[in-house]
Write a protein that binds this ligand. Sequence first.
Ligand SMILES: *Cc1c(COP(=O)(O)O)cnc(C)c1O
Length: 373
Amino acid sequence: MRFETRAIHAGLEIGNPSKAIIPPISPSTIYEIDADGRNDSDFHYTRLGNPNRLQFEKVAAFLEGGEAAAAFSSGIAAGMAILQSLNPGDHILIPEDVYSGNRRMVQKIMTNWNLESSFINMTETGSIESSIKPNTRLLWIETPSNPLMRITDIAESAALAKSRGLITVVDNTWPTPVNQRPLELGADIVLHSTSKYFGGHSDILGGIVVSAKHDDFFEKIRVIQRFGGAVPSPQDCWMLSRSTRTLAYRMRGHNENADAAARFLEGHHRVTEVYYPGLESFYGHDIAKKQMTGFGGMISFLIDGNREDAIKMVAKSKLIKRATSLGGVESTWEHRRSSEGEGSVTPETLIRLSVGLEHPLDIIDDLAISLGD
Ligand SMILES: *Cc1c(COP(=O)(O)O)cnc(C)c1O
């Protein structure tokens, strides 16, 4: 079955004895133990597993083309579980402009546990190669990156990583498996903040790890999920499964609307630079075209002027809401540097826009109002 069909039908039989078309939420934290004291079913205590979580994991694994998946209570918890599966003293390569929350997680938490890291430019495979050290174990890719939309060639980097014995992890939150399928390009693990497009309505916090192989490294991640305990609730998993059924169609709308908005911005006299992988003028367009089937709903752009001008512009919109995060049906934007806070190297005139599913002409009208003098 194909992507759209699987998104709607996969895993519906799990925890669904009455064959309801929509499986029920299973709020119970505990499951009955057999009379002989054993419990051979999948479910025992909800932190260890429950039908709603298993169902969402199954759907996510299908959509990314992996053998196994583990759901977490946030994208950051999912990312941290991957890094906690390494050993103290191991070294990782991670993009210099990685999502700022992941940067903080590495620097403020994992470094204390003796994880070594190099934050590097990943637009050239050569710079990845020259940064590999004897104790390097993992290559962490985020493409397009956040907020500068830098593009890393996944197939080339994953092949290099494999030849040097490294695990390749791709944070696929922005593209989603609708637009980019890293496991098919040779990556070992895909990670998502499901708070974004998977949830899609700005009302769920979550994360998921999908592994190409059900191997020993994935089992370590599973142990951290179950015994570390950063798990999503059955209610959240049920909501996520519900949202995932429309993921493919929502992403098509995000792709289409963002393309229209990016082209409008590119032609506007107050905009000096548009970072959107779908634009032919974008430096990473050729690699993006090779590995993405759609270019996503996120746009960053620079305006002429200074920090105050950018903040003023974001304040002028009537439709686009000022908020961080991304991936909702409503368009949102922010002066990104203010959100990233301490240590941010994002340009002061950069505005980051999450293009929603409103009518594209209404989004463009609102951009025109906000950019107007
Ligand atoms: C939001 C985000 C995360 C972190 O996810 P949370 O659900 O907020 O913990 C990780 N990576 C990327 C690319 C993100 O946008």
